[in-house]
Design a protein around this ligand. Structure first.
Ligand code: GLN
Length: 495
């Protein structure tokens, strides 16, 4: 029999429905798995007691015939989503000990649909990063390793704890947020699937803000279908978020018809970047062949402003973060360092001690680009370029229905690879950032392994609010890729 931790969410829902096991059993198995995979550091806070309470309540609900979309399913919650009564840190020292008095809309939607929260997952501090190495609570380790090499590998970021946890089978699904790639890139690095929905599809209310015009919650899981189930529970209009869009949530679970005959798949020539490893280019070609075999039509498209996406993102995101993070002043939330001086001294001492280097770097960049003398030259210009990038996609979607690209320009890197250069780290977002700036949906599917045995993802982008076509295409790609490799951590445990 398949271990309960190996089941997909869909299989687990069927098993719960058939009475093969209870949510309490399913939850206990995952709590044990978490104990045995502590070295991954996937969690900032574990909530086993609450999880078992939720599981018990879910079993009772099910017995009474009340069955939500995620009824009884154990999941991880990125520690950026506020959860009433449970510490929420954004992986920053400045919020250590902060216990919200409310629950974010997305988390609440999931709880209403029966989700069981195993704990709060680790992330890059305030979701700024691509490796999970900026967390104040230690880096997360990817359950994958290179063949013949025992070096620790990064899980990607910023949602590294969620991605590593789902890959390591210590949670069945997890929440993430994607500002410039933080769902898609870690999904690619960890050999799982994750979707960034259209901006406005999932409420940002109660999600600690990084860059408000870009942040978008979304799910991770091991299959496309499980992502559809997760998103079904998470999505929806929320009047508490003024950028939430009031549109019905379609049935994502039935979107995967397996039929993409006649679908037009765009291939943007600008995504062929210098220095991209040959194996990523060939995986991309393989993806194109899979789409063709399934009856799709391949069309060449151009997204001419792609090369400006990274610099634009690294102006807009820091600008918004410098404004959003102004609230951490030692008065209202979390940490306060009082060195006996005046109020300004207290602000300075608190922020100096509370924020890590990457967060400080971005606050400084953001403050600079928003300052009176530079606002037009940087921030306003970036906003205009962003509009052009959005326009590129709109033009492209006149010729195609979805766009196929690699998710990231490399496989996951090792902790001690040369990563001290922030610019090099920023380059990792080259394929994910454009759709973020345009607010459009994108999914990453594990599609192959690199020469060292690490997973590589392919990305499918879609039109705004057309997650259904994204899921439909992803389902076909998933079947063609037939990615069955599992992380070394799982292989070792089974041995
Ligand atoms: N890696 C990108 C950054 O550092 C994206 C992060 C994110 O999507 N939250 O900003």
């Amino acid at each position: 029999m398949t271990a309960l931790t190996d089941l997909t969410i869909k299989q687990a829902l069927d098993g719960l429905n058939n009475g093969d096991f209870t949510s309490v059993e399913l939850t206990n198995v995952h709590l044990d798995a978490i104990e045995s995979a502590k070295e991954l550091n996937a969690f900032v806070t574990n909530t086993p007691e609450q999880a078992l309470e939720q599981a018990k309540a879910s079993d009772t609900k099910r017995a009474n015939g009340e069955v939500g979309v995620l009824e009884g399913i154990p999941i991880g919650m990125k520690d950026l989503f506020c959860t009433e009564g449970v510490q929420t840190t954004a992986s920053s020292k400045i919020l250590e000990g902060f216990t919200p008095q409310y629950t974010s809309t997305v988390a609440q939607n999931m709880f209403d649909q029966g989700a069981v929260m195993l704990g709060k997952t680790n992330l890059d501090e305030f979701a700024m990063g691509s490796s999970n190495m900026t967390s104040a609570f230690g880096n997360v380790i990817n359950p994958w390793k290179r063949n013949n090499d025992n070096k620790d590998i990064v899980p990607g970021g910023s949602s590294g704890g969620s991605a590593a946890g789902v890959a390591a089978r210590i949670m069945m699904g997890a929440t993430g947020t994607d500002t410039g790639g933080s769902i898609r890139q870690p999904a690619s690095f960890c050999g799982i699937t994750g979707i960034k929905p259209t901006y406005g599809r999932c409420s940002r209310w109660g999600v600690i803000a990084f860059s408000s015009s870009l942040d978008q919650p979304g799910p991770f899981a091991r299959t496309v279908e499980d992502n559809a189930i997760m998103l079904q529970a998470m999505a929806g209009f929320d009047k508490k978020d003024s950028t939430s869009v009031n549109r019905d949530v379609p049935n994502y679970m039935s979107a995967m018809t397996g039929d993409i005959r006649g679908l037009k798949v765009g291939i943007p020539k600008e995504y062929r970047v210098d220095g991209m490893p040959e194996e990523i280019e060939s995986l991309w070609q393989q993806g194109i062949a899979w789409m063709k075999d399934a009856g799709a039509e391949i069309v060449d498209i151009s997204l001419p402003h792609t090369k400006y996406a990274l610099p634009t993102y690294y102006i807009i995101a820091p600008a918004e973060c410098s404004s959003n993070l102004a609230r951490y002043d030692g008065v209202r939330y979390g940490m306060r360092v009082n060195d006996g001086g005046n109020l300004d001294d207290m602000y300075e001492a608190t922020r100096a001690a509370g924020f890590g280097d990457e967060v400080k770097r971005r606050i400084m960049i953001g403050t600079y680009v928003l300052s009176a003398g530079h606002y037009d030259a940087y921030y306003n210009k970036a906003r205009r370029v962003r509009k052009q990038i959005w326009n590129d996609f709109n033009q492209a979607y006149k010729k195609c229905d979805v766009i196929l690209t690699p998710t990231a320009p490399s496989a996951a890197f090792a902790m001690d690879d040369d990563m001290n250069d922030p610019i090099k780290m920023y380059l990792n977002d080259v394929f994910t950032v454009p759709a973020s700036l345009a607010g459009m949906p994108g999914i990453s599917i594990p599609a192959g392994l690199d020469k060292d045995g690490l997973p590589l993802g392919l990305q499918i982008l879609g039109r705004p609010f057309d997650e259904e076509t994204v899921f439909r295409t992803a389902g076909v790609l998933e079947e063609a890729a037939n990615f069955t490799a599992v992380p070394q951590l799982i292989v070792q445990k089974a041995a």
